[in-house]
Design a binder for this molecule. Structure first.
Ligand code: C2E
Ligand code: MG
Ligand code: MG
Length: 529
C-alpha cells in the first residue's frame, strides 16, 4: 500500500484480490458463526427464563401447601379441644382428610407426641426443635422419619400443641412441560424438598443464600427465585437449550446465508470499484508499467533526423500495449497525469541521456498536459533529471496542446520558466482546439505543430484543406518553426516543402520506435553521403 502523488491510497491487484477473498470468506463465515452463537445464547436465555418461571410457581406451590397445613392447625386451636379425647382424635383425623397437603396431624403433651388422627401413640416421641422458624411462630422440621411414612422422610409444620406431617413432594408438585428438577430451600440454604436426584455439590450451591439467580454448571442450567423466607429453584439439562438452539437454526441459517450473500455482494462491488480502470491506472503508475517510444522528426530542407517525439505506451504485465489515447484522458480526469509526465521524463533520460550528450543537435519532444502547464511542477522534476544525467535542457522540447493554454496566466508563467531553463516550447495539435490568435501572439512560444487532420486534408476536397496555407502563413508570420504531424504520403510532403514547413513527422518516415531502434534510424538517416 502507498500514496500516489494525487494523494489517495491504492493497492496492487493481487492485494485487492487477496483482501477481497479474505473478506468474502469472512462474509460467509462471520454471519453463520454469529448466528450459531446467537442461537445458543438466546436459547440459553430462554431456558433461564423458563426455569425462573417454574421456580416462581414452585415457590407459590410451597407457600400454598404450608398455608393449608397452617389452616388446619389454626382450626384445631380455635376449636380448643384438649388432651387426647376421642373428639380431639376424630377432629384431627377429619382435618387430615380434608387438608390436601397434610398426611397426619399430631397432638403433643409436655413436648411429647401423645396422639394423632389415628389414635394414641404408644411410645411418645419428643417434639424436637424445628429446623426453620417462621415469623408467625410456626416451625418447620425437616427430614422427619415417622412410622406412617415408612422409609420416606417427611416435613412437619408445628405450632403450639399441634403438628402437621407433610409429604415434601406435595410442597413442590408443579407440573412441568420439560424435564426439570424443582426444589425449595430455606434462605439459609437448607433443602426442604427436591423433586429428583441432584448432585449434592450443585444442590448446595443452588440453594445457598448467595446463589446467583441463574447460571450453568457443566451440563446443567439452573435458576432460582426467593421470597422473604424461602428460595425455590429449578434445574434442567443444558441439552434442552442446545436442542432449542438447533431448532432455531432452521430459520436462522437462511437468514445467515442471505446476510452472507449480501456481504459477499458488497465485497465484490467494492473490489470491482477497487479494480476500476482508474484504480488499474493508479496501480500501473505506481508500478511504472509505462515505456516511451520515439517518433523521428525530419528536417525537410536536409532530410536529416533532428529529433523525436516521446510517446508513452502502457505495457501491461499481460503483454498488452495500450495506446495513450485510451488512458491519457482518464489520467487527466483522475489527477494521474502529472505522475505520468514524471515517468516519461524518467524514461527519456534513462533511454537517451548518454546518446543525447553525444548528439548535441538532437532534441526529444515531451508532451505536457494541461495540468502540468497549470502547475509548472514538472519543470523542477525535469531540471533535476537533466542535471543529474548531464543533458542540456535545449535538447528537450515541450509540446502542449491548446487546452494547456486555457488558463493563459498560468500557461505564460510555465512557458516563461521553461524557456528560461533553456527548453523550446511548441503548441501541439494546432487548429483542433480553441486558442485565439491573440493568445498565440502573446504567448512566448517557439514552435507550432500542425495537427494530422490538416495534413490529411492536403490534396483533398475537405473543408480543412483550405485552412492549412493560412496556418502555415500565420505561424511563419509569428516567427514560429512549423512541424507537420502525421505525414504519410509523398504528395503531402511535396505540399509542405513547397509551403516552407521546416519539419515533418509521420509514418512516411517512421512509426514510433524503441530508443534502440530510434538510434539506428538516426544513424542511418544522418549518415553522410
Ligand atoms: P500527439 O502528441 O499529437 O502525438 C502524435 C500521435 O500521432 C501519436 O499517437 C503518433 O503515433 C501518431 N502519428 C504520428 N505519425 C502518424 C501518421 O503518419 N499516421 C497516423 N495515423 N498517426 C501518426 P500516439 O502515440 O497514439 O499518441 C496519441 C496522443 O496521446 C498524442 O498525440 C498525445 O496527445 C498523447 N500522448 C502521447 N504520449 C504522451 C505523453 O507522454 N504525455 C501526454 N500528456 N500525452 C501523450
Ligand atoms: Mg505531441
Ligand atoms: Mg500532435
Amino acid at each position: 500500500m502507498g500514496a500516489n502523488t494525487s494523494g489517495y491510497y491504492f493497492m496492487s491487484r493481487r492485494t485487492i484480490i487477496a483482501i477481497a477473498s479474505i473478506l468474502a470468506v469472512l462474509a460467509v463465515v462471520l454471519p453463520l458463526a454469529g448466528i450459531a452463537v446467537y442461537a445458543r445464547h438466546s436459547a440459553s436465555e430462554y431456558e433461564k427464563r423458563h426455569l425462573e418461571e417454574y421456580a416462581g410457581w414452585t415457590l407459590k406451590r410451597t407457600e400454598r401447601s404450608l398455608n393449608f397445613a397452617r389452616g388446619a392447625i389454626r382450626q384445631l386451636e380455635r376449636e380448643g379441644l384438649s388432651g387426647c379425647s376421642p373428639a380431639q382424635i376424630a377432629r384431627m383425623r377429619q382435618l387430615t382428610l380434608e387438608t390436601r397437603s397434610v398426611e397426619e396431624i399430631g397432638y403433643f403433651i409436655d413436648g411429647r407426641l401423645a396422639c394423632t388422627g389415628w389414635g394414641k401413640v404408644r411410645q411418645p416421641v419428643a417434639a424436637g426443635t424445628p429446623d426453620l422458624r417462621f415469623e408467625d411462630g410456626y416451625g418447620l422440621h425437616l427430614r422427619m422419619r415417622t412410622k406412617l411414612s415408612g422409609g420416606l422422610t417427611m416435613n412437619t409444620l408445628s405450632h403450639g400443641s399441634y403438628n402437621a406431617l407433610m409429604h415434601p413432594d406435595s410442597m413442590i408438585d408443579v407440573l412441568t412441560d420439560t424435564a426439570m428438577t424443582l426444589g425449595i430451600a430455606s434462605l439459609d440454604g437448607r433443602v426442604i424438598a427436591v423433586s429428583g436426584p441432584v448432585a449434592p455439590g450443585l444442590l448446595k450451591r443452588v440453594a445457598s443464600a448467595n446463589a446467583a439467580s441463574s447460571g450453568r454448571e457443566g451440563r446443567l442450567m439452573y435458576a432460582s427465585v426467593a421470597n422473604d423466607h424461602l428460595r425455590a429453584f429449578a434445574i434442567s439439562d443444558y441439552s434442552l437449550a442446545e436442542k432449542r438452539a438447533d431448532g432455531a437454526l432452521w430459520y436462522l441459517v437462511p437468514l445467515g446465508l442471505a446476510t452472507s450473500a449480501l456481504l459477499v455482494g458488497l465485497v465484490l462491488l467494492a473490489s470491482r470499484q477497487r479494480l476500476s480502470p482508474q484504480n488499474e491506472l493508479a496501480i500501473a503508475v505506481r508500478k511504472r508499467e509505462f515505456v516511451t517510444r520515439y517518433q523521428p522528426i525530419i528536417e525537410l530542407a536536409t532530410g536529416l533526423c533532428v529529433g523525436a517525439e516521446a510517446l508513452i505506451r502502457w505495457e501491461r504485465p499481460d503483454g498488452a500495449s495500450i495506446s495513450p489515447e485510451m488512458f491519457i484522458p482518464l489520467a487527466e480526469d483522475t489527477g494521474l497525469i502529472e505522475p505520468l509526465t514524471d515517468i516519461v521524463i524518467e524514461r527519456v533520460v534513462a533511454d537517451l541521456a548518454q546518446w543525447l550528450g553525444e548528439n548535441a543537435g538532437i532534441h526529444i519532444a515531451i508532451n505536457i498536459s494541461s495540468a502540468d502547464m497549470q502547475s509548472g511542477r514538472f519543470l523542477a522534476v525535469l531540471a533535476k533529471a537533466l542535471a543529474e544525467a548531464d543533458v542540456s535542457p535545449a535538447q528537450i522540447w515541450l509540446e502542449a496542446t491548446e487546452r494547456g493554454f486555457m488558463n493563459a496566466a498560468a500557461a505564460r508563467a510555465t512557458i516563461e520558466r521553461a524557456r528560461q531553463a533553456g527548453h523550446i516550447v511548441a503548441i501541439d495539435d494546432f487548429g483542433t482546439g480553441y486558442s485565439s490568435l491573440s493568445l498565440l501572439e502573446t504567448l512566448p512560444l517557439d514552435t507550432l505543430k500542425i495537427d494530422k487532420s490538416f495534413v490529411d486534408a492536403i490534396g483533398t476536397q475537405a473543408a480543412t484543406s483550405v485552412v492549412i496555407p493560412h496556418i502555415i502563413e500565420m505561424g511563419h508570420g509569428l516567427n514560429f518553426k512549423i512541424v507537420a504531424e502525421g505525414v504519410e504520403t509523398e504528395a503531402q510532403e511535396a505540399y509542405l516543402r513547397e509551403a516552407g514547413v521546416e519539419f515533418v513527422q509521420g509514418w512516411r518516415y517512421s512509426k514510433a520506435l524503441t530508443a534502440q531502434e530510434f538510434r539506428v534510424f538516426h544513424e542511418r538517416t544522418n549518415r553522410p553521403g
